[in-house]
Structures are given as structure tokens and as C-alpha cells.
Design a protein around this ligand. Structure first.
Ligand code: S3P
Length: 427
């Protein structure tokens, strides 16, 4: 059922400190690693949205007992083959990471999802997993269902992946912890390397270069994970502050993995005041506080590894760019077309529906920043990040913004609209 929400910005600067929900990428990894480990693991403060809930339901179907934040597993060698297909909902991370973990288990299973996920490209997973000897079947179009006939021992392999995809690297690495020898994976820079850092901290891998990771086979240990806030959620609050001169937001305890903070570099390059401090780490992966202050902004160019490390935030960047003066160009971001929606098409449609000027490119988009947006109706097209970016546009728009398909925010941040209202009403 499609829900419409009308949002109207505060028309004045605001200042607040807001804690955002747990990081989605880290929550999926913590839950899957807890399921692979033998015994009790604990996942504190996981992400609250439907994507992570799908991962929890699937590990339960594999035989893991879940009680609040505690996961009691017989270990990957004790996983059950589920009777029914495993439903990943809208979550590509659930589907791809579990495809990797299942490849190194004795389980036979089929992974399916909602209408959006069933259209997303999965062929990219097959070559690296097959290199490890896994039996992975897809539809003729290269999409889910993904049928996996796992084997408790995989065959060590050295693979090159042409994409900067953290999901594909993680799928390979999880399956490679079950191999009969050391494996390596090499792929272009810019991806989030949470899995690599965590496996290295667990003694199960080593970063050989910025692009190559070596996986040592071995058992995943049980662990107590404290999940930091999600920078991809915090980004919506950072952007709202960035586009209002004099506004300010502080977000404590968020993941500061270098593959996640490209958007902060872009905001700074556009003229926002950005500060961050690392206060700790989870298994070698940095965590800390971020503050963003709004100032008059100007256009910029985002390409290469920076585009990869800001990829999930690029629809939001198109809104920020509309409030800047001059042209913003996003290139080397063709992967946007393979996300929850075709994010080049949905981003351009969103900006234009709000009275801005955006144009698609083959590998990204261009926004002509005039310094304002009018407001209007944004169709989320089932994509949580489009719904949230559209709402952020209302922060400084001259009229209200209606988000059609607003329920999609529940995929990553069910209480997003409340958090945005709390930010806007702060003084
Ligand atoms: C994710 C990796 C990214 C990102 C996605 C989550 C992950 O996708 O866009 O939202 O948790 O590994 P890629 O695998 O395409 O890099």
C-alpha cells in the first residue's frame, strides 16, 4: 500500500544532536557472522529497518535461536536446509551476503525477494562463488531466485572482481573462510571494507594492498558486536544542515569507515563546515562523531573512488547540489542503476519534480544548482533513499514536498520522519 506524507521545512536555521539507528551494513554482517560462529554472539543496537529484520528471519530459518540481541548458533556446520525459499524482502545485502555464507555450508536453499530485488543483477556473484567451487543457479536474466547447493568445504581461489562492490567481496570472503587453503580477492578501490577489517581482526584475513584481500580459512569466533550509528542514515541530517546557512547537526557514534564517508568529503568540497573525530573502533573499523554546519554552497565534481564511497548518498547529493550555486557533476557511478531503483532515473526525476534542473548521464547525472527548490511531489518508486532525499529537500524548499511511497523509509529507518521533524524543530 502506497502512503503519501507531506513535509514542510522550518524556514529557519536549527541546531541539534541526534543519534541515528545502528548501521545497516554492519548489522547484516554481525548477524550473519553470529550465525556462522558456534555458541552465543550478541548484536547490540542493530539497524531497526526491514532489511535487517529479513536477515534475522533467515538465520532463524537456518536454525539459529534469536532472543533479543542474543544469537545462539550450532555453528555453520549445524545449519538446517530450510523447507521454504528464504525471503530477503527488499534487501540486496541480505541476498548477496547470505549467498556467500550459504555457499560454504552444507545447506541447499533458494533466496528470493520482493519485486524490486527480483529484478536486481545477481550474475556478479556467480563467477567469484563458482571459482570457490560453489553451485549457484540464477534465472536466465541473471536475477534471483538464487539457488545454492552449498558445500561445507570450498576450494581456495584467487579472483578479480571488476566492480567496487562490498557485497560481492563480502560474499566471496565469507565463502572463502570455508576453503581448503588461502584465497584472494582483488577489486577497484572505494568500497566499504567492513568485512575485510573484521575478518582481519578475527585472524581470518589480511589486507595485502588497498585493493587485494587475502582470506585465511578458519572458524568465525562468537563475539559481542556494538553496532555504531549508520552514516548513510546520518547523511540525511548532515545534508539538511548543510543546505541551511547557520544550521548545525551533531551525530555521535557513527561508523567512519573510509568507504562510507565520501559524502562528508563532498559536502566539505561544496563549502559546508564538516568536522569529525574518531573515538573508537569495532573490530578495527573506525567509529566517531560528526558535526556539519550549513554555509552557502557551490557545485562540485564527484568521480572515481570518491563516487564509490559516496554511492548510497548520491541521490541526496542531487538535492544538496540543487541548493548550491553552479553545476555539480557525478560520474563513474553507473552502479546507481542497479540499486533499489534505477537511481540515475529516480534521482533526476526527483530533482526535476521539485523544480530543480537535473540531467542523466550514462554513468551518473548533472545538476544545475540555482540555490533553491520549489517543492512538489516525489515518487519514491519503492526506494527508501529517494523517499528520504525528497523529504530533506523540503528543509529549505519554498513550498511543501509530498513523498508518494513514503512507507519505503521503513527499509532502513522506520522513524526517519520523526527524526527529521526533531532536527527541524530544534533551536
Ligand atoms: C553494501 C554495499 C553497497 C551499498 C549497499 C550496502 C554492503 O553495495 O550500496 O547499500 O553492506 O555491503 P555494493 O555491494 O554495490 O558496493
Amino acid at each position: 500500500m502506497s502512503e503519501s506524507v507531506v513535509v514542510e521545512g522550518p524556514g529557519r536555521p536549527f541546531a541539534a544532536g541526534i543519534e541515528v539507528p545502528g548501521d545497516k551494513s554492519l548489522s547484516h554482517r554481525a548477524i550473519i557472522l553470529s550465525a556462522m560462529a558456534t555458541g552465543v554472539s550478541v548484536v547490540r543496537r542493530p539497524a531497526t529497518g526491514r532489511d535487517v529484520a529479513a536477515t534475522v528471519e533467515i538465520v532463524k530459518a537456518l536454525g539459529i535461536e534469536v532472543d533479543g540481541s542474543s544469537f545462539l548458533s550450532p555453528g555453520i556446520d549445524g545449519w538446517n536446509s530450510p523447507a521454504a525459499a528464504l525471503d530477503c524482502g527488499n534487501s540486496g545485502t541480505t541476498m548477496r551476503l547470505l549467498a556467500g555464507a550459504l555457499s560454504g555450508s552444507g545447506v541447499t536453499a533458494s533466496l528470493v525477494g520482493d519485486g524490486f530485488l527480483m529484478r536486481r543483477p545477481m550474475r556478479r556473484l556467480v563467477d567469484p562463488l563458482q571459482a570457490l567451487g560453489a553451485k549457484v543457479g540464477l534465472s536466465e536474466e541473471g536475477t534471483a531466485p538464487i539457488d545454492i547447493q552449498g558445500a561445507p568445504q570450498t576450494t581456495a581461489a584467487n579472483v578479480e572482481i571488476p566492480l567496487a562492490s562490498a557485497q560481492v567481496r563480502t560474499a566471496f570472503s565469507l565463502a572463502a573462510t570455508r576453503a581448503d587453503g588461502e584465497s584472494t580477492v582483488t577489486s577497484p578501490a572505494g568500497f566499504r571494507d567492513h568485512t575485510e577489517r573484521w575478518l582481519e581482526s578475527m585472524g581470518l584475513g589480511k589486507k595485502e594492498s588497498p585493493t587485494t584481500f587475502r582470506i585465511y580459512p578458519g572458524d568465525i569466533p562468537s563475539y559481542e558486536y556494538h553496532i555504531p550509528g549508520d552514516p548513510s542514515s546520518a547523511a540525511f541530517l548532515w545534508a539538511a544542515a548543510a543546505i541551511v546557512p547557520g544550521a548545525h547537526v551533531a551525530t555521535p557514534n557513527v561508523s567512519l569507515n573510509p568507504g562510507r564517508i565520501g559524502f562528508l568529503q563532498v559536502l566539505e568540497a561544496m563549502g559546508a563546515t564538516v568536522s569529525g573525530e574518531v573515538t573508537g573502533a569495532i573490530l578495527g573499523d573506525p567509529v566517531g562523531n560528526v558535526e556539519v554546519k550549513g554555509s552557502p554552497l557551490h557545485g562540485t565534481t564527484v568521480s572515481g573512488a570518491l563516487a564509490a564511497s559516496a554511492l548510497d548518498e548520491l541521490p541526496l547529493l542531487a538535492i544538496v547540489a540543487s541548493y548550491a550555486e553552479g553545476i555539480t557533476t557525478v560520474a563513474d557511478a553507473g552502479e546507481l542503476r542497479a540499486k533499489e531503483s534505477d537511481r540515475i532515473a529516480t534521482t533526476v526525476a526527483m530533482v526535476n519534480a521539485l523544480g530543480g534542473g537535473a540531467q542523466a548521464r550514462e554513468d551518473g547525472f548533472e545538476v544545475l544548482g540555482l540555490g533553491w527548490l520549489d517543492g512538489g511531489i516525489v515518487d519514491a518508486d519503492g526506494d527508501h533513499r529517494i523517499a528520504m532525499a525528497g523529504a530533506v529537500a523540503a528543509t529549505a524548499a519554498t513550498g511543501p514536498v509530498t513523498i508518494s511511497g513514503a512507507e519505503s523509509v521503513g527499509v532502513s529507518w522506520p522513524r526517519f520522519f520523526e527524526a527529521l521533524e526533531a532536527l527541524w524543530s530544534s533551536q
